[in-house]
Design a protein around this ligand. Structure first.
Ligand SMILES: Nc1ncnc2c1ncn2[C@@H]1O[C@H](COP(=O)(O)OP(=O)(O)OP(=O)(O)O)[C@@H](O)[C@H]1O
Ligand SMILES: [Mg+2]
Length: 472
């Protein structure tokens, strides 16, 4: 362990002085006490070339954990842990791995641009510890770090090193945090305080395992990277830092799998929003405000969630059907108070509120893009429309690699031909390639079965088509 340098020999002199000082301080007038202590502090700081910066666990203005403290904690745990002898491990809430950091009263060194600094972990003990025995954890206990360095490096440390700590610490926190999958609780019910419930997000899908045309996959990844790194750009052009993706296509083509792959790629949390459980637009806004940055807000099967197109169609119908009595204004107002409307949803996506809380991705999925109101999915709201299609040969190759571990095979040509003629969803293709617990791991057999099944489906499809023609 390395300690902040001190002068040999002065230690015992200072200790004796402090002892005498503690004895006499209660017997001298207050004014004299303040005069002596101020003079002594000045003298010590003149002689001591080291500067100390204290990083408190809780910020003074709000009773919440200070971000710089948390960043320093994560930074020390990832960059300086190997130099510490006394460590502390704890299982923190919302994580599934022990978090190891330096223990209290331990000191470690760090080097930045050739300059050595000292980090000392400590804590303020609660005032009551000496007199009261408490069975609760000490609520007054406040941990802090003291960062010490030579005064000639003051500019470097204050301007660059603290920034470095913040950036590296934040990155380390993002890397190690357990990501979460949220779902909204029904609003208007009993648990009004808890708008979202969550579980650990553990979906294993990645872009490597996603069966899709490689070029289209690359275009999506590039788009995501541009978004993730676009903080300054979005600020510069005056846009909220958010991006919308519309995933559309038949069932089993990988829309939900794509969402999981995006979340894993960006390391974002996922908020799975069930619109039918939201009472009205006001509740929707509250729910939105409870989401955090670095998150994906998903509305699956948006065409089924609500009759979002109904609002506009009803108005048109009302004009056409003049014999029907118009609903009273009061009924209309009650109706709006009890449902999420298209305009409420549009506000949610890109109204003033949408810029709150950091970067966000909004994803809608649908099997029926044609049913959606164009206003909902116009560019700017849903910036990228991604069609998830039936299995192409390129997509099949990804599945074959994932499921069977092969990149080429003499039966691939026949499969290519069949996939050109047939509409097979990746979900069906994946099911056909899944190694069952039959003990038979022969790839030839699996591919042969796969081809046979495709041929059977083809024959059935042809027969159905012929029947239809005959009936017609
Ligand atoms: N493109 C794909 N790549 C890899 N696996 C896929 C793909 N599409 C489907 N699958 C497999 O099929 C299963 C179902 O896919 P998924 O739920 O993503 O389809 P979906 O498009 O969301 O369907 P739905 O419209 O019914 O919600 C997944 O668990 C996955 O194993
Ligand atoms: Mg789905």
């Amino acid at each position: 362990m390395v300690a902040v340098p001190s002068w040999a020999g002065t230690g015992s002199a200072v200790a004796s002085f402090l002892f005498v000082w503690a004895m006499v301080r209660n017997h001298i007038p207050k004014e004299l006490y303040f005069f002596i202590s101020t003079t002594l502090r000045k003298a010590f700081s003149f002689l001591n070339p080291y500067i100390h910066i204290k990083l408190d666990e809780y910020s003074s203005e709000r009773m919440r954990k200070d971000e710089l403290y948390s960043a320093a904690e994560a930074y020390l745990s990832s960059a300086c842990l190997h130099r510490a002898r006394r460590l502390k491990a704890e299982l923190r809430r919302k994580t599934d791995r022990p978090f190891v950091t330096i223990d209290e009263y331990e000191e470690v060194t760090d080097t930045f641009c050739g300059v050595t600094v000292w980090w000392h972990a400590s804590k303020h003990l609660p005032k009551s510890t000496t007199t009261v025995i408490s069975f609760n954890s000490s609520p007054e206990e406040r941990r802090f770090y003291r960062l010490s360095f030579h005064k000639r490096h003051r500019n470097l440390i204050e301007n660059d090193y603290l920034d470095h700590i913040l950036t590296k610490g934040r990155a380390s926190i993002a890397r190690n945090r357990q990501r979460r999958l949220f779902t909204n609780n029904p609003t208007g019910g009993g648990s009004r305080n808890m708008l979202w419930s969550h579980v650990a997000f553990e979906h294993p899908a990645t872009f490597d395992t996603l069966a899709m045309d490689p070029e289209r996959k690359k275009a999506i990844i590039d788009d995501l990277v541009t978004f993730r790194e676009g903080k300054e750009y979005y600020k510069h052009v005056g846009k909220a830092w958010k991006r919308g993706y519309l995933l559309f296509g038949p069932p089993g083509t990988g829309k939900s799998t794509m969402i999981a792959a995006i979340a894993n790629f960006l390391e974002y949390d996922v908020y799975d929003l069930e619109l039918t459980a939201v009472k009205n637009n006001t509740e929707l806004r509250k729910i939105f405000l409870e989401t955090t940055g670095k998150s994906i807000i998903v509305i699956e099967d948006i065409d089924c969630s609500l009759d979002l197109t109904g609002e506009r169609k009803d108005k048109k119908k009302k004009h056409k059907d003049e014999t029907e009595a118009p609903p009273s204004k009061a009924i209309e107002e009650v109706d709006i108070a009890n449902k999420v409307t298209l305009s409420g949803l549009l506000n949610f996506i890109d109204g003033l509120w949408s810029a709150c809380g950091g970067e966000k991705i909004i994803i809608f999925t649908t099997n029926h893009i044609e049913k959606l109101d164009p206003a909902l999915i116009r560019r700017g709201r849903m910036d990228m429309h991604i069609e998830m299609s039936y299995c192409t040969f390129e997509a099949f190759k990804v599945l074959a690699k994932n499921y069977l571990g092969i990149e080429n095979h003499h039966l691939f040509d026949s499969i290519r031909e069949l996939l050109l003629e047939m509409k097979v969803s990746p979900a069906d293709a994946a099911e056909g390639l899944m190694l069952k617990n039959s003990g038979n791991k022969d790839v030839d057999v699996y591919l042969q079965n796969f081809i046979e099944n495709l041929n059977k489906s083809k024959e059935e499809a042809n027969k159905n088509a012929e029947d239809m023609v005959a009936v017609g």
